[in-house]
Design a protein around this ligand. Sequence first.
Ligand SMILES: Cc1ncc(COP(=O)(O)O)c(C=O)c1O
Length: 396
Amino acid sequence: MLKCQKGKFSLPDDITYLNCAYRGPLMKHIEKIGWEAVSQNNNPALIQSTDFFDPFLKVQKLFAQLINTPDPNRIVLIPSSSYGMANAANNVDLQAGENIVILDEQFPSNYYIWERVAKEKGAHLKIVGNPDKTRPSGELWNERILNAIDRSTKVVAIGSVHWADGTMFDHKAIRKRTEEVGAYLIIDGTQSVGALPFDVEEIKPDALICSTYKWMFSPYGTGLGYYGPRFDHGLPIEESWMNRKDSHLFEKLVDYEPAYKSGAMRYMVGQSSNFITLPMLEACLEQLLAWGVSDIQSYVQSIGINSLELVKEAGGILATPENRAHHLFGIYLSDEIDKHKLRQELKDRKVIVSFRGNSIRVSPHLYNEAGDFEKIAECMRAARTSLKGSTDLQMR
Ligand SMILES: Cc1ncc(COP(=O)(O)O)c(C=O)c1O
């Protein structure tokens, strides 16, 4: 079992950071790698033509290991999830009358592009609603997703977990159903890849798109996308010289080359050789692999075993463990909790979480401990409106 890794981060001692789903903090050694990379850019004469391509090869290999795909060439650098999603959405050969299944209150980077292509092609969005927004309802939601997929479904585009409350989706069952009707399965992995195992060999998504600045601790502006064989002959949203065949032969750059590099490599963002962020991203992936993604998930689960019972006693409603992630989950609030007061209590005690509708989104990592969840329970007890709440408080 992993131990708390707070020493690897420079989070201030007086805050309780439970918001990795908002932004992952930079680790100390990653920050150092970043500073060194900046310094190395003082003298461009030291940058060789191979430096434009080689660093990403290492990132590809590491990320391929992280998501379990045998083919690193299916992995490309993207600057954002919206960018990676656009490359997928523009290449699904959508026809008039077809539908795209998405989920209620999905993150906008996995919504707007589908809204746009649906409008352009005369297709429509089928938005599968969360059955109950006031409490966790994962099982029923999964059932609804499967029922929504029909013969006219061209794409199912969902998050790997729901970004607001960590609801887990049954990727295997959804993949099976999409295969039955010939639909693409496109997954936004931003809110779980790196903290919760995702196995490309097992799930076989057509694309897996991840911003890496949260659960992979990389600098902002970096992301990684996996594109499966169905995208091998698509058109990228931009025409980077780096994505053409033999682009490493600098003396031949204006012998314009009609062919893209093979398969997914055409979807790499321009200037993919980011000399500062790539070494940082590489070291982040190395660290995640050294920890082990399933061990990270086990650690965040372990710190909640007793402490989340206190949260429940204080009026928090949580999904059953099999229906939610442990690194990101919603604490739905019973009517006894004054939300305004809770917000203030959390602020006063410098407990950093996100408020999402009727729940608070809590997203711990290896720098957190059980005591951090207990602080949430304390804030909730203090924010209870009923007499029972104040009695509970005195008894502790
Ligand atoms: C599910 C999900 N996808 C993507 C993103 C980030 O999107 P982008 O990289 O397009 O800014 C977020 C940010 O909170 C998110 O929660």
